[in-house]
Design a protein around this ligand. Sequence first.
Ligand SMILES: [Mn+2]
Length: 369
Amino acid sequence: MRTSFIRMSAAILLCSLAVATMSCSDKENPRQENTPFQQMLSELDWGTDTCYIYGHKTPDVDAVTSALAYAKLMRKLGYNCEAKVSSPMNRETDYISRVFGIELPALKDSVVPQTRLILTDHTDYAQCVDGARQAVILQKIDHHVEGDIRDANIPFVRREMVGSTGTIIYEIYREEGIAIDDETARILLAGIISDTRNLSKSSTRAIDTSAWLALTTQLGISADSAARLNRAMADAAYDYSGMTDAEIFLSDYKEYDINDHLLGFGSLACKASEMDAFIDRMLAVMPMLMQQQGRQMMVAKIDNLVPNTDDDREETPYVVNGLYFLYYGDGARAVAEAIFGPSLREGVCYTPDNYSRKQIVPLLTEQLN
Ligand SMILES: [Mn+2]
């Protein structure tokens, strides 16, 4: 009697386990492993806990949305992944998340040793969540020149010189034949619009344009609406109202450890008419911030915004016309001048050309090596 009861319970248990496994693999866990990408995923050492997906510290929109979209993809393929941010998000991200109804990742500013990580939109340890050096980095999806997190040490790397990490993730969805739901489409589009400033930056590639076109078409967003959205996003990004000068400097800030030189690099924008006073304010906080952030050199680019005189001035009232490059720290002057020519005054260089931070970092690296 007792034996048969146990046997029966065991049978029920086994049966419910089988049902659970089946429904799981039916719904959330296709695990077809029929493509090289999915085969590769199945061979990764995922461990037993949640794998966290992070963009870079001081995240911009692309850092946040790439982590969200890639986490969705990994979960679709049956892997226990969650997007996080390692430091607070900026005003542009706040803005677009409200407009698009995007649920933002939670803040988790450190990870314990052996945590499984996937990195998006960065390739430098200085920009990683604290603890990343003792974690296991399974994948890296990025669009920057290789930093000190070497590609060769990571099982899967997809690093392409395109305008946005969102574009690379869009491509992976397409290649894998995985449908992009509207929520994911909005998440990817937000990153592409932000990082390419609606396809206007010099880093924009044809592949960014195709992704932008497919996603706006799917969502029924006209080119005009995308342009308006971009403007409002840029306004939010450069809305420094109510911020201290230190907060402004750190609002779009990245760190790099280049050949033992600890560098901090802010990216800012200011109207030409207000530039002189703005430069003075930023120069004034750089020494304090250098110490606070434990850096040996602080630099910043300030995009010079001038009134747009073209036909699209309604849509885009200001355009970038050259940049001011601010520097502070031992040896910083020589490095800055080797790239941008003689200083206008101590701590300030100017170039009539437009550069992104992504384009300046390799030039700095060359000088520091
Ligand atoms: Mn990016």
